[in-house]
Ligand binder design. Sequence first.
Ligand SMILES: Cc1cc2nc3c(=O)[nH]c(=O)nc-3n(C[C@H](O)[C@H](O)[C@H](O)COP(=O)(O)OP(=O)(O)OC[C@H]3O[C@@H](n4cnc5c(N)ncnc54)[C@H](O)[C@@H]3O)c2cc1C
Length: 417
Amino acid sequence: MDYFDIYEKLTDEDLDIKRAAHTFAEEVVRPASRRLDAMSPEEGIAEDSPLWDFLKTAYELGYHTILLPEEYGGLGLSPHQINLIFEEIAWGGAGLGTLIAASCVPFFAACLTADDELIEEFVIPFCSCRDGSIRGCWAITEPDHGSDYFGCEDFFRNPDIRNNVQARLEGDEWVINGQKSAWVSGGTIATHALLFCQVDPSLGMAGGGICICPLDRDGVSRGKPLAKMGCRDLNQGEIYFDDVRIPKRYMFCEPDYYPEMLELILSSANAALGIGVVGIARAAFEEALQYARERVQGGAPIIEHRSVRQRLFQMFAKVEACRALSRSVIDLNLNISPPLPEYSLASKTFCTQLAFEVASEAMQILGGYGLTEEGFVEKLFRDARSAMIGDGNNEVLQAYGGKVLAEEYPRRMEDYF
Ligand SMILES: Cc1cc2nc3c(=O)[nH]c(=O)nc-3n(C[C@H](O)[C@H](O)[C@H](O)COP(=O)(O)OP(=O)(O)OC[C@H]3O[C@@H](n4cnc5c(N)ncnc54)[C@H](O)[C@@H]3O)c2cc1C
């Protein structure tokens, strides 16, 4: 379905980008995502898995560099264009959309450092990769620390709270030990991690460091791919570090700047997820609209019922509300520095909640068929449900947003524009 775009200022270039992304989503992402959804996690990364063809095509089209500037070989897109592509890819498959975004994360962070050596060593080869062989991941969640990273509450500076992944400096090298949780997207197949670790335990979780860790180093091992309910097309799994050594310069962020960098990366991730779930919600709405036109009960298509029309219209309004908010937020937060986290948090929590409601209502409109694999909406429902937990549980993010409002609001326009 060629879905209308309310934003009337799209240029011809924007429209071309959107159409190309939609074709990719329809012809490549959705078929691969549905096949992967039906496979076991192990089959999903086997040699003959559709995952590899998906990655190859995505990399050939340059979508892995969606967040990266043209000067390093990235697509050099405006925030608005990033938005259009993310929505389309997530429409095709939210898990594969997350995989591509996660793949870009270490290299996006390396760009933020403006460190020429890191850019030369990591970003340039990643941008020129066209076969999917260089893959990033964002390794933050630990077996003992999920929401803790998002809470930014008083315990953040409690020295009794130890991260599972610790790094200590030995001469010119950091030595890394510990484990990241099974939730790391791309965890069992990534070649590089944006790794969050504790470098100064005396500061508690505030004593964090962020490094780029190539995952071919001695001492790195992986868990098995995670089996789960939603985003089953997304590979996830643990990464273990056993005396893994990296050069000192790979640790580009240490405690003096860690809280700001953490907030910046969380703001970017939450803004991106807000867009991704619009793709899920839109897909669910389209399925429901189509089905309501075709399904005949009592001699007439069910869309002839006033109440079905009303329910479809509510779904439509929710999709458009999510689109409007998530677009504004990514436009804002990719254009100002530092980003304003409360907007990313509003986008992530609001859009994931509404996307879940839309997917759930779509399932109801499809009736019994909605519960079947063939009906497809049950996949969208599962994917939407997992987005309320991924990148931070919604209620924890809302409490974090509330803390920003309590302490930093109202903002002054002149400080930002
Ligand atoms: C699809 C998906 C993709 C993901 N991708 C990645 C990735 O790429 N990299 C990565 O590192 N991680 C990733 N994650 C992990 C994700 O960020 C965590 O699952 C999330 O942060 C929640 O942590 P948790 O699962 O440990 O839950 P917990 O933190 O254990 O929370 C459990 C419950 O306790 C409540 N709770 C916890 N703390 C508080 C508090 N302070 N106040 C009130 N209530 C609280 C929560 O609201 C929740 O209901 C992904 C997860 C999903 C689902």
